[in-house]
Design a protein around this ligand. Structure first.
Ligand SMILES: NC(=O)C1=CN([C@@H]2O[C@H](COP(=O)(O)OP(=O)(O)OC[C@H]3O[C@@H](n4cnc5c(N)ncnc54)[C@H](O)[C@@H]3O)[C@@H](O)[C@H]2O)C=CC1
Ligand SMILES: CC(=O)[C@H](N)C(=O)O
Length: 362
């Protein structure tokens, strides 16, 4: 009845097997228990589907959205097998964004109103498997966008600092400028921005897009990007005491703590359409180099050491913005970050120290 097939990728880019069922009476979407659980929607709030929800950003966003719109109105999905805690916290379903019919079924059966499209292969992983990145980031995004158009969903798709390239102004990088990225990740994100804006003007799709800096979190792992070192340094500070950085000490990149990032999504979803002069905005919080974040962590953990061993990710970082100009988001819908570099260091170390059995001087 069951067979194992290969599908998609895990967050580290490795193909993972999944079970599929060839018994025609078994229905993955309408499995009774799951259906009853998920169809008990709360009140008149929007029903929201998050794709790629088990990555760095999805779990945190689901938690915020569930607090605001009701637990059963927010459905997390991914191609990864969830742990018990994820399932206990609210609806979770399998959804491969490359499977158009399955996505269509989910949208219809769960009466979805909004979609948050997180599935993607990030910059470094994307370069290691370009054909798969093209499928997931471009073909998958086409599926999502077409369904959002057909079913008149509000659609949020994040873009990135990686949507810019060496010919873009890098300090600061404005909302509207030259975009000639040199990674498949960046090319696919520019494509998503342009397609979303085209669908908005041509078909009235309520498309909303924010370009995120590198996101730093403690509770979830980054998914294979060029900014991942800025998460790893905190773990190393509390474990080995030594960080090997894959970027040069002077590689300046825009960064943001996850709470600011998730709040930006919550806010953009609710902005009245007439306030949106653009459908794709830069958002910014802080900008630092490896040397600067090292110095900030070292203030708390003086024994921390660092060495710089730039690898292929350096070539990517060298083409990305150093500082984002997010004045449009601040002016049009009141964007404001809350966490700067010193606060970031305090939050990350406070969160991670108990995990590694360490006490901190504050
Ligand atoms: N984390 C960051 O620093 C930034 C993230 N973003 C964007 O935010 C979004 C979420 O990012 P993260 O959570 O960090 O990514 P992540 O790499 O941690 O998670 C992506 C998820 O997509 C899933 N996925 C892969 N193939 C799939 C498929 N065929 N069908 C369904 N799901 C599939 C993976 O299983 C994974 O859980 C992405 O679109 C990313 O480009 C943008 C800028 C910065
Ligand atoms: C900035 C991003 O989009 C991501 N973290 C990456 O480094 O690929």
């Amino acid at each position: 009845m069951y067979q194992v097939i290969q599908t998609g990728v895990s967050r580290c880019g490795v193909s993972r097997p999944r079970l599929t069922c060839n018994d025609s009476t078994f229905h993955p979407v309408l499995n009774l228990a799951e259906h009853l659980k998920i169809s008990q929607h709360d009140d008149n709030n929007p029903r929201i589907l998050i794709t790629g929800g088990l990555g760095q950003l999805g779990l945190g966003l689901a938690s915020e959205l569930r607090q605001k719109y009701g637990k059963n109105n927010v459905i997390l999905s991914d191609i990864i097998k969830p742990n018990k805690e994820i399932v206990d916290n609210g609806p979770y379903i399998y959804a491969d964004i490359l499977d158009f019919k399955n996505l269509q079924e989910l949208i219809v059966n769960h009466r979805i109103d909004w979609m948050i499209h997180f599935s993607a292969l990030l910059s470094a992983i994307g370069e290691s498997n370009v054909p798969l990145a093209m499928r997931v980031n471009i073909e998958g995004m086409h599926n999502v966008m077409e369904l959002a158009k057909q079913y008149k969903l509000k659609l949020f798709v994040p873009s990135t600092i990686g949507a810019f390239g060496p010919t873009s102004p890098r300090n600061p990088t404005p909302d509207l400028t030259i975009q000639r990225p040199q990674t498949i990740y960046g090319v696919s994100k520019v494509h998503a921005e342009l397609m979303g804006e085209y669908y908005h003007h041509r078909f009235g799709l309520d498309f909303r897009c924010l370009r995120f800096p590198g996101i730093i979190s403690a509770g979830t792992e980054p998914g294979g990007g060029t900014t991942d070192y800025a998460c790893q340094i905190f773990h190393d500070a509390l474990t080995t005491g030594h960080h090997v950085c894959f970027l040069r000490e002077d590689s300046r990149l825009p960064m943001m703590y996850i709470d600011d990032c998730l709040r930006s999504v919550m806010e953009i979803l609710e902005v009245p359409a007439e306030k949106l002069k653009l459908r794709t905005y830069n958002i910014h919080a802080m900008s630092f180099t490896p040397a600067e974040i090292y110095a900030a962590v070292k203030k708390v953990i003086p024994s921390l050491t660092i060495e710089y061993k730039p690898d292929s990710r350096q070539g990517i970082a060298d083409t990305w913005p150093m500082v984002f100009d997010d004045s449009g988001a601040r002016k049009d819908w009141g964007w404001n970050h809350e966490i700067d570099i010193d606060e970031l260091v305090k939050i990350m170390l406070t969160y991670l120290a108990p995990k590694y059995g360490k006490t901190l001087p504050f």
